[in-house]
Design a protein around this ligand. Structure first.
Ligand SMILES: Nc1nc2c(ncn2[C@@H]2O[C@H](COP(=O)(O)OP(=O)(O)OP(=O)(O)O)[C@@H](O)[C@H]2O)c(=O)[nH]1
Ligand SMILES: C[S@@+](CC[C@H](N)C(=O)[O-])C[C@H]1O[C@@H](n2cnc3c(N)ncnc32)[C@H](O)[C@@H]1O
Ligand code: SF4
Ligand code: SF4
Length: 335
């Protein structure tokens, strides 16, 4: 397994299959690349099926054992089932999707080898959902979640970005996963530096405190040092449900968690086939276009060797409480 200069082994890859999307979420970072495009026909700049598979075969040679497909909206790719089918068997395959295309396609994805799925759902309220995603697809997404559960994807994680528009819906969502078998909740700290809207930020520490109060059990996940709260309901005085009926709530808090980047084990690939060492940085892109496998191997090695943590020491808050690059830290390896 390859390791960077900060002792971080790369065990996973996260592949964006397209920057197209049928939604226009107000917060979208498009995997650190900015705006998504509309759901037009497949584009020439996207990696082909063979490009994706060739890269995954190389990654598997370096003992990378998991791949996450994302985007844009990965399900806009008609060849998704083929890509999954041709993914090396040694890799766990997951996907992050807005869920609209899961009805009808979920069984085929499972048949192809998809093991689990994260579905973005920011509120259990159709109006709020429409305002955030700029789409009227609330019912379709609910159907998509059902389709994923019916197809046997396990777990089905709901991704909720916690920011000004959604903070009032966190409790509902926690209740929802506690009551529904097979669902888990991932609360994602809003990353304002990728959207230019710092005013939407809310203090994720408050959510941690509230969950710590109502949780039956708290775990740490090694990846990103994420906290997991097991809850049986949002009423702290309520009856404790048997463990099988508890819901799991995981917090993904890159911005305020100083050890988040220390446990970052994933390299990213953009839809155009650039390797990228960090979600938030676009100054370390390395193209794999037209490369042989031997060249991809070398480029993968270089990408890993040049990875630098982004939050924590790399970024610091200035006197006005804004994030900026820590100049002192720039002496360490960058591209
Ligand atoms: N800054 C940063 N944000 C991340 C990272 N991983 C996940 N996130 C945030 O969390 C969002 C949802 O991530 P997902 O891909 O659905 O889930 P995941 O992080 O892979 O978690 P699992 O599915 O449990 O492995 C991402 O789009 C980011 O906004 C990371 O390595 N760095
Ligand atoms: C970029 S989307 C791509 C996959 C798919 N279209 C979806 O929405 O699930 C991946 C994840 O990034 C999260 N995300 C997007 N912008 C974000 C931001 N500014 N801060 C935190 N998370 C964000 C979304 O909520 C989503 O769960
Ligand atoms: S569905 Fe995903 S890719 Fe599309 S706009 Fe929303 S967060 Fe971005
Ligand atoms: S922000 Fe940190 S955890 Fe996220 S990809 Fe970059 S280095 Fe990894």
């Amino acid at each position: 397994m390859l390791e960077d200069d900060f002792g971080r082994e790369v065990s996973g890859v996260r592949v964006s299959l397209t920057d197209r999307c049928n939604f226009d979420c107000v917060y979208c970072h498009n995997e650190g690349l900015g705006d998504t495009r509309g759901p037009m026909d497949p584009q020439d700049d996207e990696m082909s099926t063979d490009d994706v598979v060739r890269f995954l075969e190389v990654a598997a040679e370096f003992d990378v054992d998991s791949v996450k497909f994302t985007g844009g909206e990965p399900m806009l790719r008609g060849d998704l089932e083929e890509i999954i089918r041709r993914t090396p068997d040694s890799m766990e395959v997951s996907m992050t999707t807005n869920g609209t295309y899961l009805p009808g396609r979920a069984p085929d994805l499972v048949d192809a080898g998809l093991e689990r799925v994260n579905v973005s759902q920011d509120a259990l309220d159709p109006d709020a959902f429409a305002e955030i995603t700029k789409s009227g697809a609330y019912d379709k997404v609910m159907e998509g979640v059902e389709a994923a559960l019916d197809a046997g994807l396990d777990p089905v994680k709901l991704n909720m970005v916690v920011f000004e528009h959604t903070a009032g819906y966190v409790e509902d969502m926690v209740e929802h996963v506690a009551e529904n078998d097979g669902l888990q909740l991932q609360l994602i700290e809003y990353m304002p530096e990728l959207t230019g809207k710092p005013e939407w930020n809310i203090d994720i520490g408050r959510v941690h405190d509230w969950l710590a109060d109502i949780a039956d059990e708290i775990e740490h996940r090694e990846m990103h040092d994420r906290k997991r709260y097991w809850v049986s309901g949002t009423d702290p005085d309520g009856p404790t449900a048997p463990p099988a009926e508890r819901g799991m709530v995981e917090i993904v808090d890159p911005v305020e968690n100083p050890t988040f980047c220390a446990n970052c084990h994933r390299v990213r690939v953009t839809h155009e086939g650039y390797l990228k060492g960090c979600l938030n940085r676009n100054d370390d892109l390395r193209s794999m276009g037209e490369m042989t496998k031997a060249e991809i191997r070398e480029t993968f090695r270089e990408t890993v060797a040049n990875r630098v943590p982004y939050y924590g020491e790399y970024m610091v808050k200035n006197d006005r409480g804004e994030w900026e690059v820590n100049d002192e830290y720039l002496g360490t390896p960058t591209v």
